[in-house]
Design a protein. Structure first.
Length: 164
């Protein structure tokens, strides 16, 4: 388990670009805060959440990196990304072993799931992406008291179910 305020793991991932570039959370972060939305192609709420996060990413500009990491079918995920205008978010995916590590590290059992990692690599927030706002993200990054309330610690990893 990984508690908040602990260093986020440097998980490997594959970017949804022309070359399927190998990357990692640390490479994506590149010294900036990183906002990650974990999602699946079967999640009915996820496209609307990605629409919202893309607008937030546009509003926050280059001071924060946004990544949407799909946890299932990368080919179908790429099709969905190509169909939408989520141009302010970096898109990628991960293999099954890495997905299990992400679930254990960031304590999630449903999607969409938001993780905020500070510029120093510290996990600042893990929780539902459905209520994400630019103000809430800024408050979490600034460590303000009225920032979205994070989970106290990551939950144990679990196995796949029908929706996840």
């Amino acid at each position: 388990m990984s508690a908040l305020a602990a260093a986020a793991p440097d998980l490997p991932l594959t970017l949804f670009d022309d070359d399927s570039t190998a990357s990692s959370l640390t490479k994506l972060r590149a010294g900036k805060p990183l906002i990650i939305d974990f999602w699946t192609t079967r999640c009915e709420r996820c496209p609307a959440c990605l629409d919202k996060l893309d607008k937030i990413a546009e509003a926050l500009g280059d001071k924060v990196v946004f990544a949407a990491l799909c946890l299932d079918d990368p080919d179908f995920a790429q099709e969905l990304v190509d169909e939408h205008d989520w141009d302010h978010i970096t898109h990628g995916g991960m293999d099954l072993e890495t997905k299990e590590k992400a679930k254990a590290a960031f304590g999630f059992n449903s999607v969409p799931h938001l993780v905020i990692i500070g510029a120093d690599g510290t996990t600042l927030f893990c929780g539902s992406a459905l209520k994400a706002t630019a103000d809430g993200i800024n408050e979490a990054l600034a460590g303000k008291e009225n920032a979205p309330q994070p989970v106290a610690a990551a939950a144990p990893s679990f196995t796949m179910d029908d929706d996840f």
